[in-house]
Design a protein around this ligand. Structure first.
Ligand code: GDP
Ligand code: MN
Length: 388
């Protein structure tokens, strides 16, 4: 699943004809001033982070001239909003607002149908509306086979008690949003607030879009979104080195070959009372370069207290992996001891290579089975209280 920033979501909306305000994205104060010039004053300067409630956190400011844009962009860039550092702002032409609504499409997996939610109470958390005034949210299931014709959209607008002068505009945008949701392969397409302007036009003032990762093969144009995905330091490094890596919160670093084995390794670590620090699949080519890169990535994780290398030799032969580990260890000064389980093709030769390397036992331990290796890795990660 790929979560888009507001500005990316708006660019995505625009492809499906949904009206959004003109604007530009900026990483510096100068760029923000240039974007404001393009958009036309007054403008709003908006922090681009993937959390809601940016306004309350001081991440959304109105600016009437270049001086104000510079002040606000300077304050917002680098700001921390609920643990997210603001790297970019979106600067768009400010809108006059008469009313704020809420609209979204999601997939109701249980019902195997699409779900429209529409409310006249927008601009606030929809969860709050759901709690305080659930009747204010119109929920409508849509059979994907039937689609979502304009007449249905209009009825939803009426049911949501939107004023007559907003109904046409809202219905038109709902049809476009459904198009974006289905043809655009979204898991979520949300507009909050969807605004009614004094001149009667309806318009998306915010955008929250999650793309369905499984459909990425149909969308080469999504590449550009991936480049701005928020990666932590470990994930950035792994991506650079072409490794399949997902950062987790535990203390046992994991390296395995093959996604299936990596998943089982996570499970077995959990079973014996540990918690994985990551998921790292080195795939088929477990040579010295790949192994050194994998160890390097894991070494960047301050939470790691032990490293569990779980390899089942198949196409990747045991002695190749062993050479990789020995060579990798000579290149990287590890922060934590390694526990190795090596099985499959040429495992015996592999174990011999590791033994011959003469690596001290406080740095490297080999165990014959996955379970024993997991126990040892968890014991090391949990320290003395681990009951060793
Ligand atoms: P969020 O709170 O992080 O979801 O950010 P939003 O983009 O939804 O903006 C929050 C609120 O800021 C909106 O509900 C509006 O009330 C206000 N706001 C944002 N853009 C504009 C604008 O162009 N004009 C005006 N008048 N208010 C805006
Ligand atoms: Mn919003």
């Amino acid at each position: 699943m790929l979560d888009l920033f507001e500005y990316q979501g708006k660019q995505y909306f625009a492809r499906f004809g949904i009206p959004v305000s003109p604007g530009g994205v900026a990483c510096t104060v100068d760029e923000a001033a240039a974007a404001a010039e393009q958009a036309g004053y007054p403008v709003v300067v908006k922090a681009q982070v993937q959390v809601g409630g940016r306004g309350k956190a001081g991440g959304i400011k109105l600016a009437n001239d270049a001086g104000e844009v510079r002040t606000h962009a300077g304050n917002i860039l680098g700001m921390d909003i609920k643990g997210h550092r603001v790297e970019r702002v979106w600067v768009e032409h400010a809108s006059d607002i008469d009313e704020e609504y809420y609209a979204s499409f999601t997939l109701d997996r249980a019902a195997k149908q699409h779900l429209l939610m529409l409310s006249a109470q927008g601009g606030v958390d929809i969860e709050d509306v759901a709690r305080t005034d659930p009747a204010a949210i119109v929920k409508l299931h849509i059979d994907p086979v039937d689609g979502f014709p304009e007449a249905t959209a209009r009825r939803a607008a009426v049911d949501a008690k939107l004023p007559a002068r907003a109904q046409d505009g809202v219905a038109a945008i709902l049809v476009q949003l459904y198009d974006c949701f289905t043809k655009g392969d979204c898991d979520l397409a949300e507009i909050n607030p969807l605004i009614l302007k004094p001149d009667g036009q309806v318009h998306a003032l915010d955008a929250k879009v999650s793309l369905d990762g499984n459909a990425a093969f149909r969308h080469p144009e999504w590449e550009e979104f991936g480049e701005t995905e928020v990666l932590d330091e470990r994930e950035r490094l792994a991506k650079e080195k072409d490794l399949q890596y997902i950062g987790l919160d535990g203390s046992v670093g994991i390296i395995a070959n093959g996604a299936g084995l990596a998943m089982s390794t996570l499970d077995v670590v959990n079973q014996v009372g540990g918690a994985a620090a990551n998921f790292l699949d080195i795939g088929g080519g477990a040579n010295a370069d790949v192994m050194a890169a994998a160890l390097d990535v894991i070494n960047h994780d301050e939470n790691v207290r032990s490293i569990f290398v779980n390899i089942f030799g198949g196409i990747t032969r045991g002695e190749e992996v062993a050479k990789g580990i020995v060579e990798g260890l000579s290149r990287v000064e590890l922060r934590a001891p390694i526990v190795i389980r090596l099985d499959g093709t040429n495992a015996e030769e592999g174990r011999q290579i590791i033994l011959d390397a003469g690596i001290p036992a406080d740095k490297l331990i080999t165990k014959p089975t996955m379970l024993e290796a997991a126990r040892e890795a968890v014991r090391l990660a949990n320290g003395s209280e681990g009951g060793g």
